[in-house]
Ligand binder design. Structure first.
Ligand code: SF4
Length: 364
C-alpha cells in the first residue's frame, strides 16, 4: 500500500510551518528557557556567535583541561582553531568511530533540540553509537534548530526523513537529555581481568548564532529560518544542479553581504522557477523572500520591469517544449549567463517548473 495516500501532506506541511513559526517568532524567550532547562539537566551551555568565537570556546575547553586529542564530526574544522593548535592532534572521525584511536574531546553537531525537555537530537549520524566512547563531548547547535514542544518533534522528524531519504522515519535517532555514563576499563597490575568503572561524560552545548539573529531582526526574511535541513530544495533547483554553489536556502540566508552583493548573487543564481516554493516541507516562501531582498536594492526604480521580465520568462520557459524554440529563447535571454545557458541547453525535460507541470498533467 502506498503510504502517501494515507497522509495528508498539505496538512502536515501546514502543521510543520506552524511548529517552526511558534519557535522562530519568539526565539529569544524560548532560547532562554532552553538554556535554563539544559543547565538544570547538568549540561554546560555556552553561546558562540561565529566561527572565531567557536574556535576560541573550543580552545579554552581544551587548554583548561589539557586535552591533547580532538575528533571533529563537523563539515569543517573551525578555521581559527585549525590554524592555532599545533599541540592538539586531530583524530580522524573514521579512526574514532572504529575505535582505532581515542580522543579527549569529540566535537559534533546536533540536528534539533526541544525547549520543553532540553532534549538534544541527533539523526542518522555516524557517531550515534560512539558517543559513549568519549569522556568529553562538545555539541554544536544552530540557534534556529529548536522546537518548543516535545510532541512537535515527531512530525518534524517525519517530514525531514521523508523529504531527505524517502523513508517514513529516520533509521537512527539518538536523544541526549543529561550527561550519561561511560564505562571505563582500567588495567589492574598483576591481574588478567581489567577493572571496570563508570564515569560521567561531560557535555558542553554550544549555542551557535552564525548570523541567525541578524536574519531574525527582519520580519520579512524570518521565515528563511524555518528550514529543517531536508535538502529537497537543492534537488529541484535547476541552477544549483549546474553550479553546486548556492542552494535556494543559501540564497535566502546570505550572511555578511551588503544589499548590492545579495542582489547580484540572487539574480545570478535563480531563474525564479519556484520549484523550491513547491517542495519545501515547511512552506518557506522562497520567491517572495528573494523578491523582498531585491526590492531593497538599487534596482528598486525599475523593479517592476525586472520582475515582469523574470516572471514572463518563467511562463515562457514552461512552454518551451521544442528544441528550436528553446534555442532562440536561450540565445536571446541567457547568452551572457554561461552556467544557466549551458544548463538549459542540456535540459531534456519539457518543463522547468514543477507546479506548472503538475497543473498541466491535471488538465490534460
Ligand atoms: S529550505 Fe530546503 S532544505 Fe530547508 S526545509 Fe525547505 S526544502 Fe528542506
Amino acid at each position: 500500500m502506498n503510504n502517501d495516500n494515507l497522509i495528508n501532506f498539505s496538512l502536515l506541511r501546514q502543521r510543520a510551518n506552524f511548529i517552526r513559526r511558534i519557535y522562530i517568532e519568539e526565539m529569544e524567550r524560548h532560547l532562554l528557557a532552553f538554556e535554563k532547562k539544559a543547565n538544570d539537566n547538568q549540561i554546560n551551555v555556552r553561546w558562540v556567535n561565529d566561527d572565531f568565537e567557536l574556535s576560541e570556546c573550543l580552545l579554552s575547553i581544551c587548554n583548561r583541561n589539557s586535552y591533547r586529542t580532538v575528533c571533529f564530526d563537523l563539515d569543517e574544522i573551525p578555521e581559527f582553531f585549525n590554524n592555532s593548535t599545533q599541540q592538539i592532534r586531530k583524530i580522524p572521525l573514521h579512526d574514532f568511530v572504529n575505535k582505532y584511536e581515542n580522543s579527549d574531546l569529540l566535537v559534533t553537531k546536533a540536528d534539533f533540540a526541544v525547549v520543553e525537555t532540553g532534549d538534544i537530537v541527533f539523526i542518522n549520524r555516524e557517531i550515534n553509537n560512539s558517543l559513549n566512547q568519549v569522556s568529553n563531548l562538545a555539541i554544536l547547535l544552530d540557534i534556529n534548530k529548536l522546537i518548543v514542544r516535545e510532541q512537535d518533534l515527531e512530525p518534524i522528524l517525519y517530514l525531514q526523513s521523508y523529504y531527505k531519504n524517502h523513508t517514513f522515519l529516520p533509521n537512527d535517532v539518538k536523544i541526549i537529555q543529561t550527561p550519561f555514563a561511560k564505562i571505563c576499563e582500567d588495567e589492574v597490575f598483576g591481574s588478567e581481568t581489567p577493572n571496570y568503572r563508570t564515569e560521567q561524560v561531560k557535555i558542553y552545548l554550544l549555542l551557535y548564532d552564525n548570523g541567525v539573529s541578524s536574519i531574525l531582526e527582519s520580519s520579512s526574511y524570518r521565515e528563511s529560518l524555518y528550514c529543517i535541513d531536508c535538502g529537497r530544495c537543492k534537488e529541484v533547483c535547476p541552477v544549483f544542479k549546474v553550479t553546486g554553489q548556492y542552494s535556494p536556502v543559501d540564497l535566502i540566508t546570505l550572511k555578511n553581504k551588503n544589499r548590492g552583493e545579495i542582489a547580484k548573487i540572487i539574480t545570478k543564481n535563480t531563474t525564479f522557477c519556484a520549484n523550491c516554493d513547491v517542495v519545501c516541507p515547511v512552506n518557506i516562501p522562497f520567491t517572495e523572500i528573494m523578491i523582498k531582498q531585491l526590492e531593497q536594492t538599487k534596482i528598486r526604480g525599475n523593479f517592476k520591469k525586472v520582475f515582469a521580465n523574470a516572471f514572463s520568462k518563467r511562463n515562457r520557459m514552461n512552454k518551451l517544449n521544442n528544441k528550436v524554440q528553446r534555442y532562440f529563447f536561450l540565445n536571446r535571454y541567457f547568452k551572457k549567463n554561461k552556467e544557466l545557458y549551458d544548463y538549459y541547453r542540456s535540459q531534456q525535460e519539457d518543463f522547468f517548473n514543477i507546479q506548472w507541470e503538475e497543473n498541466h498533467k491535471r488538465e490534460s
